[in-house]
Design a binder for this molecule. Structure first.
Ligand SMILES: *[C@@H]1O[C@H](CO)[C@@H](O)[C@H](O)[C@H]1NC(C)=O
Ligand SMILES: *[C@@H]1O[C@H](CO)[C@@H](O)[C@H](O)[C@H]1NC(C)=O
Ligand SMILES: *[C@@H]1O[C@H](CO)[C@@H](O)[C@H](O)[C@H]1NC(C)=O
Ligand SMILES: *[C@@H]1O[C@H](CO)[C@@H](O)[C@H](O)[C@H]1NC(C)=O
Length: 518
């Protein structure tokens, strides 16, 4: 028992010290020994790649971490509508912005009207699958000093150019010019909802209608369109009201943005995840490891990337855009990632909620720890072998039974037959599989440690566990809370950041200042 206790307090509560020990070891790899004391390395990006893949085309996570680090080729299927608002009845003959939701295009429609006498709303329909490249993050946000446009700069201009954050007209022209080499029809970015920078309105699209529509608010100023088409953050004085009340569309803008917030997000864009390229790929982009070091994810940028890494990324993207759009083995990557979040998100949250209890009386501690233990046991149920448990009491080597459960849990990701095995995976698929394995493994490492701690303190048996002292309960509680908090901090899933309780359906905005100011 002493040995076991020593092992747990040594291995789990001094996780930070372990990072130091690990510094001498290679990056976290699934084939290391099943040592519960070894967590992911400090520079490991498995959790970041995991979150990136799981968050593609979701509004909320990409607004939360707005500096995108990933580009993914994909298509907009035949039959999809794209909308474009403008002040005159002209179908653009040069690259322009379109929206997937008319809430966004009608807003722009009104802003661009020259006379306040209505505006022109163009509806296009895709006549073939349109080839697009998607930029993750809040990629349609143009703010000085933010990193939302970094990945676009790298592809359009071959370097990050922070001073050109407002140079939208040239950015779209240069992206389209570059994309022409690969048959790209457009680029997808997150605005209030998703927008498509469309390179050629006459290629693969048909005009369904061009309608003269009313504007539900007074146009802000005759000069607004020229302001907007350059950089309105630059030219409008701070605090000046644009005069478009948010409620003039029945909060349409907000609703359009809300409905893509959660999984599955924007389904009208179909991404080819097996062709994804990420700046979080440390083999492809080693120069950003030191730039990111010690920084919160909010501060992560592509700015600071080395010249050779830029070349490598551009080369990789070009390869991905030139290769087949078909996945070699039709693996549903998105749902593999989703399955992990679905399986663990609510359970981990509940465990954290229980352990957040601040009542330190022995009765309350005992109840909390037992409830937590039952959750842990539920999570590990499929690996709780009869033969393993028999070893708990009888063997000299008490750690072997823990290790076995850890390994079974951690390897419970899909294994693929040799024809579709990792040797045949694309580079992108290997990146995703590594992130999937490492994330699953870290969850298993922590929950297995906690669960085994519970077993060895008789948590399964309320009567036996009632002999534990308050001191012991307190130390287990402290350990478990640290474990679950650091695991959830590392995972950092956006599904956990929400309003609790959430707003009811009929919350009104009467008391809110509903005009946009910049
Ligand atoms: C429009 O802008 C021009 C110069 O940019 C300015 O001289 C003019 O007063 C503005 N008009 C209105 C109505 O604000
Ligand atoms: C992580 O990266 C920093 C900055 O490049 C480096 O100093 C450190 O040694 C790295 N740590 C590990 C564990 O690889
Ligand atoms: C538990 O408490 C932490 C602060 O210590 C907080 O960040 C977290 O949201 C809480 N978790 C739950 C599920 O209530
Ligand atoms: C890759 O796939 C092909 C068939 O598609 C198969 O013949 C080959 O053995 C596979 N390679 C590996 C290493 O699994």
């Amino acid at each position: 028992m002493f040995l076991l206790l020593f092992f747990f307090s040594w291995s789990i509560t001094t996780a930070l010290a372990q990072f130091v020990v690990q510094a001498q070891k290679p990056e976290f790899r699934p084939d290391l020994t099943w040592d519960l004391g070894i967590g992911p390395g400090l520079n490991d990006t498995a959790n970041l790649v995991f979150n990136t893949v799981h968050s593609l085309l979701l509004g909320w996570p990409n607004r939360r971490y707005r500096n995108g680090h990933t580009v993914v080729p994909g298509v907009i299927p035949t039959g999809t509508f794209l909308y474009h608002g403008r002040g005159d009845p002209v179908v653009p003959t040069h690259p322009e912005w379109t929206a997937l939701d008319f809430e966004l295009s009608t807003l722009y429609c009104g802003l661009f009207t020259p006379d306040g006498e209505g505006c022109w709303h163009l509806t296009l329909v895709a006549e073939r699958p349109l080839n697009i490249l998607y930029f993750d993050g809040y990629s349609g946000l143009k703010l000085p000093g933010s990193g939302t446009l970094d990945s676009q700069d790298v592809l359009a201009w071959g370097e990050v150019m922070p001073d050109r954050y407002h140079d939208e007209p040239q950015r779209i022209v240069d992206l389209c010019k570059w994309g022409q080499n690969f048959g790209l029809d457009g680029f997808v970015r997150l605005h209030t909802s998703y927008e498509v920078m469309l390179c050629d309105f006459s290629s693969g699209l048909k005009v369904k209608s061009m309608l003269h529509i009313n504007i539900p608010y007074l146009p802000p100023s005759p000069n607004i369109s020229s302001h907007l088409s350059s950089a309105y953050q630059n030219t409008i004085a701070p605090g000046m009201k644009l005069g478009v009340p948010l409620d003039s569309f029945g909060m349409g803008e907000l609703l359009a943005s809300k409905r893509i917030d959660e999984y599955p997000g924007e389904t009208r864009i179909q991404l080819h995840l097996h062709r994804l390229v990420s700046f979080y790929d440390t083999e492809l982009v080693p120069s950003l490891i030191s730039t990111r070091f010690g920084k919160h994810r909010l501060q992560h940028r592509i700015l600071g990337i080395s010249h050779s890494d830029i070349q490598a990324v551009r080369h990789r993207v070009q390869i991905e855009l030139s290769t087949s759009t078909k996945s070699a083995h039709d693996i549903a990557w998105s749902s593999l990632f989703r399955a992990i979040v679905q399986q663990y998100a609510a359970r981990l949250e509940l465990i954290q909620h229980d352990l957040n209890s601040t009542d330190r009386s022995i009765g309350s501690l005992s109840t909390t720890l037992r409830a937590t233990f039952l959750q842990l046991r539920g999570l590990l149920q499929p690996y709780d072998l009869v033969s393993t448990r028999a070893a708990v009491d009888g063997t000299k080597d008490k750690l072997s039974w823990v290790t076995q459960v850890y390994e079974m849990c951690a390897t419970a990701y899909p294994t693929f037959s040799s024809a579709s095995g990792p040797a045949n995976f694309t580079t992108s698929e290997n990146l995703m599989l590594t992130a999937l394995k490492a994330t699953n493994r870290e969850i298993c490492r922590v929950i297995t440690s906690m669960w085994a701690d519970g077993i060895s303190h008789q948590m399964e048996n309320p009567l036996a566990s009632s002999h534990n002292t308050r001191m012991l309960f307190r130390s287990i509680h402290k350990r478990w809370k640290e474990d679950i908090d650091s695991l959830m901090l590392w995972l950092d899933w956006s599904v956990w950041l929400k309003c609790n309780p959430s707003c009811s359906l009929n919350v009104r905005f009467d008391n809110i200042d509903t005009s946009i100011s910049v």
